[in-house]
Design a protein around this ligand. Structure first.
Ligand code: AMP
Length: 396
């Protein structure tokens, strides 16, 4: 990361595009720059590479590019030293045309911060892919992130689709009844949601990728899909089931209260705590503040309440009937989500493909999050729930 940013800064006029696979990785790079710009400027000024970079091949490659450039070092220093980092991307890399990052699915939560750092450069999601195989491309790369759809490329793998209402459970393999309901790529229907199932050249047979897609339209006869969410992120205490999309929306609504205090949410995850009776949802929030003014406890409580009020009616009913306890927000120290990522990397995750888990069950990560918690707040009252209200209403 250090060497790449050093070379990128050194060749700042030549950079036309910045990015990473996922938005979270890109934000991490900006944060890295925020932490290390003094050392980077020193290296640019002297034409050296920091002693902490020890890999001889990397050192050699960087030293082939780097020559002392005090003028550039002074420029980078003056930009990074400014109080506000608004537009830092376009200031440091003035010829950048767009930010190449995936911001679909839960990555969409990073759009405001990306807009802030890039002064509203286009955010381009080019592809939908995985370690197992490539899936598809965005044929309209300059469209708004909310409009992105991916056209699956039929020669990448054999694609099949399991209609959402035919999913039996969370098993890794497809059950016999599910097999009967699989639909081919040519047979998907506009507006329908499906779980993606692939058979790959490398030998995976009817493999469940774990993603839910919605048919958004067609390019000629090729279906195009919106990425909706990962299938298996579910918070549940009682009969409630909260999926990733719902959680994301609720967190977005709740965190809006922070903006009055010049603060915003950097990252979040959740867990279902059943060690208390009744169990309750816990959200871990890492927050960035643009001034020193403390955020009153009542604001965090308001955030808890708004999140609860935005969740589904089964959850809200559970709160009224006390089968679910008040939602808790645990505010964690700055840098905690970097530590969560470091932990995942130490266990073998790839830095390029890392995505913050939106729900955590794994003990060591929960311990890490709890050890970094600086304060915690509970929802002060029950959310609204109208008895008899059903999600799907008929005209009566
Ligand atoms: P991995 O399992 O690390 O190879 O990552 C593949 C997963 O990343 C996919 O199954 C999706 O859940 C997610 N992913 C990949 N591309 C996109 C995209 N364009 N939009 C949203 N999520 C994506």
């Amino acid at each position: 990361m250090y060497s790449q940013i050093l070379c990128g800064l050194y060749q700042n006029e030549q950079v036309l595009r910045v990015g990473a696979v996922f938005a979270s990785g890109f934000i991490r790079a900006v944060k890295f720059l925020e932490k290390h710009w003094v050392r980077l400027c020193h290296d640019i000024r002297k034409g050296t590479i920091d002693g902490e970079i020890t890999d001889p091949n990397v050192r050699e490659a960087v030293m082939k590019i780097l020559k002392p450039n005090p003028k550039l070092a002074a420029f980078v220093e003056s930009e990074c030293n400014k109080e506000s980092w608004k537009g830092i991307i376009t200031r440091l890399w003035p010829n950048t045309k767009y930010v190449d990052v995936i911001v679909t699915g839960t990555m969409s939560q990073y759009i405001p911060i990306l807009d802030y750092y890039s002064n509203g450069l286009p955010l381009v999601c080019t592809m939908y892919a995985s370690s197992e195989c490539y899936f598809g491309l965005n044929l309209n790369p300059l469209c708004d992130p909310s409009e992105v759809s991916y056209t699956l490329i039929p020669t990448m793998a054999y694609f099949e689709f399991l209609p959402l209402n035919k999913i039996d459970g969370n098993a890794d393999s497809i059950s016999a009844t599910e097999q009967e309901h699989l639909v081919d790529l040519v047979d998907v229907e506009l507006g329908q949601e499906y779980e993606l199932v692939v058979t790959t050249y490398a030998g995976l047979y009817r493999y469940r990728v774990g993603d839910i897609l919605r048919v958004a339209g067609f390019k000629n006869k090729a279906p195009q899909f919106n990425f909706i969410c990962r299938k298996n992120v579910v918070l549940s205490i009682d009969s409630d089931k909260t999926d990733e999309v719902e959680l994301q929306n609720a967190v977005k609504n709740g965190s809006n209260h922070l903006s009055n205090y010049n603060a915003s949410l950097i990252d979040y995850t959740s867990s279902a705590d059943t060690s208390t009776i009744p169990g309750h949802y816990i959200l871990y929030w890492e927050i960035t503040k643009n001034n020193q003014n403390p955020i009153p406890d009542s604001v965090y409580e308001e955030c808890c309440f708004t999140v609860e009020d935005s969740l589904n009616s089964v959850y809200r009913q559970g709160r009224i009937t006390e089968s679910i306890g008040p939602l808790e927000i645990k505010v964690v120290e700055n840098g905690t989500f970097d530590k969560v990522m470091d932990f995942a990397l130490s266990q073998g995750a790839s830095i390029n493909q890392y995505k913050t888990p939106r729900c955590v069950k794994y003990g060591p990560i929960l311990e890490l999050l709890n050890s970094k918690t600086v304060s915690s707040f509970f929802s002060p009252k029950c959310p609204q729930w109208v008895p008899g209200h059903k999600k799907w209403c008929t005209l009566d």
